[in-house]
Design a binder for this molecule. Structure first.
Ligand code: NDP
Length: 297
């Protein structure tokens, strides 16, 4: 292996410490304790783990956590009514509705109901529009975390060729917008891209946000490139015992690491940064909502 391993766990711990400092400063100077409300509908096991982890880290950063666990059969009207209450609640600075939602609920409608000033996931069309327009707003946590990892490695990304595989509203598109704002030359690739390996080989920065285990191999990676693996894929792992599974990314780590200059592992790369950026967005929302300057985190 030649690539440097980008330690997302360590970077997330440093970011969380800065967030805790900013939260403590807000409380000490202005009596403000930022609050994050997380709404979970149903009993999706992965969502339960995420929500628990978000609540724990919120409290550890010195902020308030409000958990709302609703039954799987909750109606759209009931969920919208809860969002309305959270929008009106002064103690709540950030609202996160955990996805996926049960089939009877239109996720787009719910996300649009969240006050854009409290939209710490950055999924509201107003915040997506602000990001596309290069205006300040709340930015989706996963691409924000990827950008922070990149900038820690290379503070100036201007002029670099970036290829983002994936064009979802949650990761791919906002990632491309953030890299464009950093003056990278950005290509967004997807399932219809022709000669994907050839497109990827142009990249100084290659971000994979696909959901296909091990899709990106050494042949796709330009020597020395920075590879950011967003994918979280559960695959069977008979080597760990019968019926066991493990999490892998979209990048075939071992082969890509032999060519890349730096690479994020999965787990321990982008994942930890996502929750840390959610906390960062909560502190940012607490400040911007009150007309205070955005804290430098
Ligand atoms: P989506 O399924 O919404 O989007 C996947 C994208 O990948 C689509 O744009 C799709 O193209 C493209 N794609 C699918 N197959 C291929 C292929 N064979 N070649 C090229 N492109 C392909 O996924 P998300 O963006 O929500 O998530 C992507 C991955 O990131 C998942 O593994 C997810 O679990 C993970 N994730 C990780 C997070 C973290 O915290 N680390 C947070 C969020 C997501 P098309 O548009 O043409 O269909």
């Amino acid at each position: 292996m030649s690539a440097a391993i980008i330690d997302g766990k360590a970077a997330a711990a440093i970011l969380r410490a800065r967030i805790a400092e900013a939260a403590s400063d807000l409380r000490g100077r202005l009596g403000i304790t930022p609050g994050l409300a997380v709404v979970l509908v149903g009993d999706n096991p992965a969502s339960q783990v995420y929500v628990r982890s978000k609540a724990k880290q919120t409290v550890e950063a010195g902020m308030r956590s409000f958990e709302h666990k609703l039954a799987a059969e909750t109606t759209q009207e009931e969920l919208l009514a809860l969002v309305d209450r959270l929008n009106a609640d002064e103690a709540v600075d950030g609202i996160l509705v955990q996805l996926p939602l049960p089939a009877q609920i239109d996720a787009g409608l719910v996300l649009e109901r969240i006050d854009p000033a409290k939209d710490v996931d950055g999924f509201h069309p107003i915040n997506a529009g602000r990001l596309a327009a290069g205006a300040p707003g709340l930015v989706p946590c996963t691409p924000l975390g990827c950008l922070l990892l990149l900038k820690q490695l290379r503070p100036d990304l201007a002029g670099l060729e970036a290829v983002v595989i994936g064009r979802s509203n949650i990761v791919g598109k906002p990632m491309a917008a953030l890299l464009t704002a950093e003056s990278c030359t950005v290509t967004i690739a997807h399932s219809r891209t022709r000669d994907l390996p050839g497109v990827c080989r142009r990249a100084d920065i290659l971000v994979a946000a696909v959901g296909r285990p091990g899709l990106v191999t050494a042949e796709w990676v330009k020597p020395g490139a920075i590879v950011i693996d967003v994918g979280i894929n559960r695959v069977s792992a008979p080597e760990l015992g019968e019926g066991k599974t493990r999490i892998v990314g979209d990048v075939d780590f071992d082969s890509a690491a032999a060519v890349a200059g730096a690479i994020t592992p999965v787990p321990g790369g982008v994942g930890p940064m996502t929750i840390a950026c959610l906390l960062a967005n909560t502190v940012t929302a607490a400040c911007l909502r009150r007309g205070l300057p955005k804290p430098a985190l």
